[in-house]
Write a protein that binds this ligand. Structure first.
Ligand code: SAH
Length: 420
């Protein structure tokens, strides 16, 4: 029997313990209309859609509560982003934490082993954030060197655990932290967000990867994204398959992925155009790496719009034109302007295609849906008076999976057509 003199203190003690537990794992009530989206696999909750989360800091794990305050999952909290919560799990037996990060990486690795031919391809996305159920985390592998990039500083407190998980699952030669997406470099970047080696050796200045046997050099420190645009791998292979005997114009060529693919596929001449001089030089180097003579091809550091206008003046035409510009729609507000820009650019590029030639147009903006992009191509085709027949309409490759209930994640459009 309890000592009656001690009894009154039990209540306050228990309340203090409960407060401590609550402080350790904050909770948020998910509105009814959103619980089924969370259950179906949508990985985001916007700040406007959930009650204010008091007492939680960026990077903390938050319990999601459904009807009757029943736990329905765990999420990562970001106090400064419109995406307040990134859903980590909706399973009862899956507590968020280091063991879950490792499990997600293991699952992702098994999926890559099942869907990629690693005998010919050693540059690929190991973990695609939302699509591999670690929202906000991207890990790319370049010939055994891992590059980690984060969409949110909320993952920074978990960086050591993520590093250990990557090491445990793929034993990479190095793990390089590329920083936060959208982050500008410079001295004002806080030390925790600065790019650096997290584990293993210093990655070499250029890592040579193979993509269906094609060699490409990747500069993980200075390159865009984590070093290159892995998402176009299967589209570069498609270009390789249709390039034989053709003269090719590759606009927004970056380090020449589509260009080298076309040349390896038997294109007679490939002209690569990019605004970034370093990228154009890298493209030239990538030709040489594949035993192709750069002198037989064109390399132009210029604005693609100016370049197209000059070729229009000269009446120059090609048997295959590839157009893969940077995103024109960084946010929802920019969508209309972006649609107009895609239409204008594609109409201009389409006029450079010889009758019967091929036209490959891409868009990497998540705010432009496939339907919207096809509509811009219809407009472009009408303006250029060049009817198009679709040959291939493609999205992301299998190492960039997306949850079905997350259409926002389907950012890549690649359309190959034949022009009248
Ligand atoms: N097709 C490439 C990726 C292209 S990314 C690949 O498969 O790897 C977009 C490229 O457009 C970048 O290299 C960027 O330098 C370039 N770019 C941006 N604005 C440009 C412009 N106005 N004219 C030409 N290139 C531009």
């Amino acid at each position: 029997m309890l000592d009656p003199t001690a009894a009154p203190s039990i209540g306050p003690l228990r309340r203090a313990r409960d407060r401590l537990l609550c402080a350790r794992v904050p909770a948020v009530l998910v509105p009814d209309r959103l619980t089924r989206h969370v259950a179906a696999g949508h990985p985001w909750l916007y700040v406007d859609a959930v009650p204010a989360i008091t007492g939680a800091r960026t990077g903390e794990l938050v319990t999601l509560l459904g009807q009757g305050r029943r736990p329905i999952g765990s999420a990562l909290y970001d106090a400064d982003s419109p995406i307040a919560l990134r859903v980590l799990t909706t399973a009862r037996d899956e507590p968020a934490g280091p063991a879950l990060w490792k499990k997600r990486l293991e699952t992702a690795w098994l999926l890559r082993q099942a869907t990629l031919d690693q005998t010919t391809t050693d540059g690929f996305r190991l973990l695609h954030g939302e699509g591999d159920r670690l929202p906000g985390v991207v890990v790319d592998l370049y010939a055994g060197h891992a590059v980690l990039k984060l969409d949110t500083p909320a993952w920074l407190p978990h960086l050591a655990d993520l590093t250990a998980a990557i090491e445990g699952v793929v034993r990479p030669r190095s793990i390089y932290f590329k920083g936060l997406s959208g982050q500008k470099g410079g001295a004002d970047v806080p030390p925790a967000q600065r790019p650096r080696v997290l584990a293993g050796e210093e990655p070499p200045p250029l890592i040579e990867i193979r993509e269906y046997g094609m060699k490409l050099a990747v500069d993980v420190r200075r390159g865009q994204k984590t070093g290159m645009f892995l998402d176009q791998r299967d589209n570069r292979r498609l270009v390789r398959q249709v390039a034989r005997g053709r003269e090719v114009l590759n606009l927004f060529s970056y380090t020449g992925g589509f260009s080298v693919a076309a040349a390896l596929g038997g294109a007679v001449r490939v002209v690569s155009v990019d605004l970034a001089r370093a990228a154009v030089e890298a493209a030239r180097d990538n030709f040489a790496r594949n035993g192709l003579d750069p002198a037989a091809h064109g390399f132009v550091a210029a604005d693609a719009f100016d370049d197209l206008a000059a070729r229009e003046q000269a009446g120059e035409r090609f048997d295959l034109v590839v157009v893969d510009p940077p995103s024109f729609a960084p946010n929802q507000k920019a969508v209309r302007a972006a649609q107009a820009a895609y239409t204008r650019l594609n109409a201009q590029a389409l006029r450079r295609v010889r009758p019967g030639g091929l036209f490959a147009a891409a868009s990497c903006s998540s705010h432009i849906s496939m339907d919207m992009f096809l509509q811009t191509l219809r407009e472009a085709s009408r303006i250029a008076r060049r009817p198009l027949r679709l040959l291939e309409v493609r999205g992301e490759p299998p190492d960039h999976p997306t949850p079905l209930h997350f259409p926002e994640g389907r950012y890549l459009k690649f359309v190959l057509s034949v022009a009248e």
